[in-house]
Design a protein around this ligand. Structure first.
Ligand code: FES
Length: 145
């Protein structure tokens, strides 16, 4: 069986929404200290809706594919809904990832979350800090490329 699903390969080879938004309303940057992969997510928000989203990822194929899929999943959605995006949902939308690559999808979830937090902070929108707590799966993950 192939290591990666066709969807993962498609999003890796033809990532959607690559780039940056110069006048973004929120920017989130996250990284995995073990592999050094870095993901930056930009969101444009209008009336509480994410009207545009772009990403730049310096990382492995799974990190790129999950960033790409995450942007597709949150575009056009209310920010509150984007916050609920889980790495499991991203992995499911990609028809799965090898077990040792699941942590790459955590980066995508965290990048979206960090971008929304930045949007809230910049706009003085109150929130419960607990909703932005670190993803527990991130701890102690080995990051094999
Ligand atoms: Fe580091 Fe995938 S995020 S190997």
């Amino acid at each position: 069986m192939a290591l990666y699903s066709e969807k993962v390969m498609d999003h890796f080879r033809n990532p959607r929404n690559v780039g940056q938004i110069d006048d973004a309303d929120g920017v989130g940057e996250v990284g995995n200290a073990k592999c050094g992969d870095i993901m930056r997510m930009y969101i444009k928000v209008d009336d509480g809706i994410i009207t545009d989203v772009k990403f730049n990822t310096f990382g492995c194929a799974s990190a790129i594919a999950t960033s790409s899929m995450a942007t597709e999943l949150i575009k056009g959605k209310p920010v509150e809904e984007a916050l609920k995006l889980s790495n499991d949902a991203v992995v499911e939308a990609l028809d799965g990832l090898p077990t040792h690559k699941i942590h790459c999808s955590v980066l995508a979830e965290e990048a979206v979350s960090a971008a929304v937090k930045d949007y809230y902070d910049k706009n003085g929108i109150a929130y419960d800090p607990a909703i932005f707590k670190e993803h527990p799966d991130h701890e102690g993950e080995s990051c094999s490329v």
